[in-house]
Design a protein around this ligand. Structure first.
Ligand SMILES: NC(=O)c1ccc[n+]([C@@H]2O[C@H](COP(=O)([O-])OP(=O)(O)OC[C@H]3O[C@@H](n4cnc5c(N)ncnc54)[C@H](O)[C@@H]3O)[C@@H](O)[C@H]2O)c1
Length: 254
């Protein structure tokens, strides 16, 4: 049995994790954490606190779906206690990402911009496609779509997909987020990354390989947030009892 504390428990993803956990018999949510002013009764059957100091329950792993500014307090706690942490919040600064890496020397940390099986497979597929198609003249662009509430853009997943393509091409690609001020033909050695925001879209990613008279598009569509919640719960089970280190969903799915 893996006992979990949800950081950001009252948010959309936090609630989703709590619901999906009910269908798994080898994992239990024992407590949650959220902002002082965001603690309305979740009726989940576990308490939600406003700080780690108030938590009395014993837990094995933290699942974090919160907001980037809240991450510093979470990382302080993980560094101090060595508690395993599945870190799913996106939009982290370079400094925060460097700190996650540093702390993973003392605690097991699993970080993935996207917890779904499909996107994690896609990361390998686009690498393979980039290696074969780029040299044959195919240009590569990424377009992502998310709900109107999403604060960061482009998505962490779009960046992860761009990084996968770039890695396959010896890191020679430049990322372009806005072409509106440019009046020039598109250079071959860049990846355009664009974001669409609206409605309740759970997450759509298109990786477009555009060649002469033909286009290959890899598409991943999330039809519900359960794919992220179940991925995070499986990651928590994986991380329970692991040695300190930086892990990813690729390790869970291997
Ligand atoms: N890795 C993935 O697969 C994946 C999938 C979906 C969402 N996300 C990311 O997860 C994050 C959360 O998404 P969401 O849709 O649930 O957002 P949300 O705004 O609904 O929830 C965030 C929650 O964090 C809480 N919070 C804010 N400050 C806090 C603090 N100091 N301590 C504890 N909790 C605090 C908020 O009150 C809120 O309840 C976002 O960064 C999103 O991009 C990642």
């Amino acid at each position: 049995m893996t006992k979990v504390l949800i950081f950001g428990a009252m948010g959309v993803m936090g609630r989703n994790v709590a619901n999906c956990a009910k269908a798994m018999d080898d994992i239990e949510i024992v407590a949650g954490l959220d902002r002082e002013d965001h603690l309305d009764d979740p009726a989940f059957g576990f308490p939600v606190y406003s700080s780690f100091d108030k938590v009395t329950e014993d837990f094995d792993v933290i699942i974090d779906f919160s907001v980037a500014p809240a991450i510093n307090g979470l990382l302080d706690y993980v560094e101090k206690t060595g508690k395993p942490c599945v870190q799913c919040t996106t939009g982290l600064s370079e400094e925060q990402l460097a700190r996650v890496k540093e702390i993973s020397k003392k605690a097991p940390v699993l970080r993935s911009a996207n917890m779904s099986i499909g996107v994690n497979l896609l990361l390998s597929l686009v690498k393979e496609a980039a290696k074969k198609l780029y040299e044959k003249g195919f240009d590569i662009d990424i377009v992502e779509q998310h709900h109107r509430r999403k604060a960061d853009a482009p998505s962490g997943t779009a960046i992860a997909l761009a990084d996968a393509v770039n890695e396959a091409l010896d890191n020679k690609m430049a990322y372009v987020y806005d072409r509106s001020n440019r009046r020039e033909a598109r250079p071959h050695d860049e990846i355009g990354v664009s974001a669409v925001r609206g409605g309740t879209i759970a997450g759509v990613h298109d990786i477009i390989f555009a060649g002469e008279d033909e286009v290959i598009t890899f598409n991943h569509t999330a039809y519900s947030r359960n794919i992220f919640a179940n991925g995070a719960l499986n990651a928590a089970k994986f991380l329970n009892g692991k040695a300190a280190g930086l892990y990813s969903m690729q390790d869970v799915l291997a």
